[in-house]
Design a protein around this ligand. Sequence first.
Ligand SMILES: O=C(O)c1ccccc1NCC(=O)[C@H](O)[C@H](O)COP(=O)(O)O
Length: 218
Amino acid sequence: MTDSSGIRIKVCGLTRPEDVTAIAEAGADYAGFVFYEPSPRNIGLDVAAELTRLVPDGIEKVALTVNAPDALFEGLLDVARVDLIQCHGNEGPQRLEELRDMFGLPVMKAITIATEADLEALPGYLESADQLLIDAKGSAADALPGGNGESFDWSLLEGVEWDLPWMLAGGLTPDNVGEAIRVTGAGQVDVSSGVESARGIKDAGLIRAFCDAARAAG
Ligand SMILES: O=C(O)c1ccccc1NCC(=O)[C@H](O)[C@H](O)COP(=O)(O)O
């Protein structure tokens, strides 16, 4: 549901019906659902079937996976409609093409950044991914592949021009998303931890504040 500002917003890690309501009322463009068991936001197929049916038309449903086997996608797509696959592990370009060919869905590849050197992995995906998600690499020893609430040096993205849509992620909040957009020029942003009252529990007020702040900066 892109509004006049043009900024498109993804809220990731929805686990309850009220989360879907909150992002729809806030005007988000993507609803992210986590299918990665170590995550506190992980949902099963029964919850996925329920929640994806609640997502209004116009909001893209994103299946977030980490090095997932074909069987996960087969089981998910048997019970739920999904619009975009997000690969947040070390899936290579060939895996992305396999998934697109098998399931007929666009694929967004997450690239996690700690230093400028981490951007060197990006060119290899420009031909195989449909979108990129530029995220922070978790710093803790037990960090998840994403959803850590950590940011990276946004100046690393100043002036970047890639030939496919990309999304900024990593430690974004209602308070910093405007600056992040201004520094990076991002046209899309993604958030999980920054709109939670506790890890894995989304907060409707923070979701609204994040979407309003992102659009105000767009
Ligand atoms: O959100 C998770 O729990 C998660 C677990 C494993 C891999 C990826 C995960 N999230 C991916 C996302 O798209 C997050 O929205 C993104 O990493 C930003 O998260 P945050 O820094 O918490 O806003």
